[in-house]
Ligand binder design. Structure first.
Ligand SMILES: Nc1ncnc2c1ncn2[C@@H]1O[C@H](COP(=O)(O)OP(=O)(O)OP(=O)(O)O)[C@@H](O)[C@H]1O
Ligand SMILES: [Mg+2]
Length: 292
């Protein structure tokens, strides 16, 4: 991927629609070997882009899904206690020499260690997903791991990546991630796509949908996002909704079908309640006026 246009084209081949701003940071991250930090609303394609980059480059995707309480040990490696116990028992039963319990045979590599290991296809893409779910100590640990691309296993030594992996971090901004970590990365805020880009995404992800239906769906969702909702629908919801409508053989929207399928778009009862009844019909009328 030698230019920003190349990046856009390569991601498009993976059915990922990428605007020029995002394509630019991806290009720079690859060119400068810097981690990419993507923050944004839910369901806007932050996780998916790591998958698309890996597929476009023919690299392995290694995913570290973050969660509350994730610690360094379970992100890097663990010892396989069960296998160690069995090896000890086997040695005792047969009178053989005691096994070396801290060898690679008993090591379970977790994503960070996995990403540091050499790969014939080239350095993998390491996706550190939803970093905002972890805590400050883990972030500090990550900062260190990402600065020298090596991890130390006390029992066996240090593993150093022959070439740094391509790192993509995502956050839903449920809390601010520390400046020190952000500073190391190229940052991009992934916003909801505008009308045209969302049409392009729908064409890539739900090609069965007619142009006319897609136009209504996208216009409706775009309008919905301007309303005061607890949780606005992301791109994932737009795609889901279009697929639901297709499964029901709908060729256009009506207030009834919207009411019946709102669960694909909105995931909170308060939001659904707001839309049920006249509000959906009103938005649909606006959409029709706009599309016409
Ligand atoms: N730009 C895009 N091009 C193609 N598909 C997209 C794009 N953005 C989103 N999608 C679709 O939306 C789905 C959801 O995207 P993804 O899971 O990457 O969102 P996310 O930003 O990681 O959301 P969350 O914050 O909830 O994890 C993807 O599986 C993909 O089908
Ligand atoms: Mg995600």
């Amino acid at each position: 991927m030698n230019s920003i246009d190349d990046v856009q084209a390569a991601l498009a081949d993976q059915d990922y629609v990428c605007g020029p701003a995002l394509a630019t940071v991806v290009f720079l991250a690859l060119r400068l070997g810097r981690p990419l930090f993507l923050e944004g609303e839910a369901g806007t394609g932050k996780t998916e882009i790591a998958r698309a980059i890996a597929a476009a480059l023919g690299r392995r995707l290694i995913r570290l899904q973050c969660y509350e309480g994730l610690d360094a040990a379970s992100a890097v490696y663990e010892w396989n206690f069960a296998a160690q116990m069995m090896a000890i028992r086997r040695a005792e039963a047969t009178g053989a020499a005691p096994p070396d319990l801290y060898s690679d045979d008993f090591l379970i590599a977790r994503p960070l260690l996995e990403a540091m290991r050499p790969d014939p296809a080239g350095p993998p893409v390491l996706l550190i997903d939803e970093i905002d779910r972890t805590d400050a100590p883990f972030e500090a640990f990550l900062l260190e791991a990402l600065s020298d691309f090596q991890v130390t296993i006390p029992e066996t030594g240090t593993v150093r990546a022959p070439a740094p992996p391509i790192v993509v971090l995502t956050s839903n901004r449920t809390r601010e991630v520390h400046d020190a970590l952000k500073r190391r990365c190229l940052y991009h805020w992934v916003d909801y796509p505008d009308h045209d880009r969302e049409m392009a995404i729908l064409a890539a992800r739900a090609p069965e949908a007619s142009e006319a239906l897609s136009r209504e769906v996208v216009a409706f969702v775009q309008r919905l996002r301007t309303k005061d909702l607890f949780k606005k629908p992301g791109v994932a919801e737009t795609i889901d909704w279009a697929k639901c409508l297709l499964a029901l053989d709908m060729i256009d929207l009506s207030p009834e079908v919207i009411a019946d399928t709102l669960g694909a778009l909105l995931k909170y009862q308060d939001d659904i309640q707001k839309l049920q009844g006249s509000e959906a019909a009103r938005i649909l009328a606006e959409v029709r006026a706009e599309v016409a």
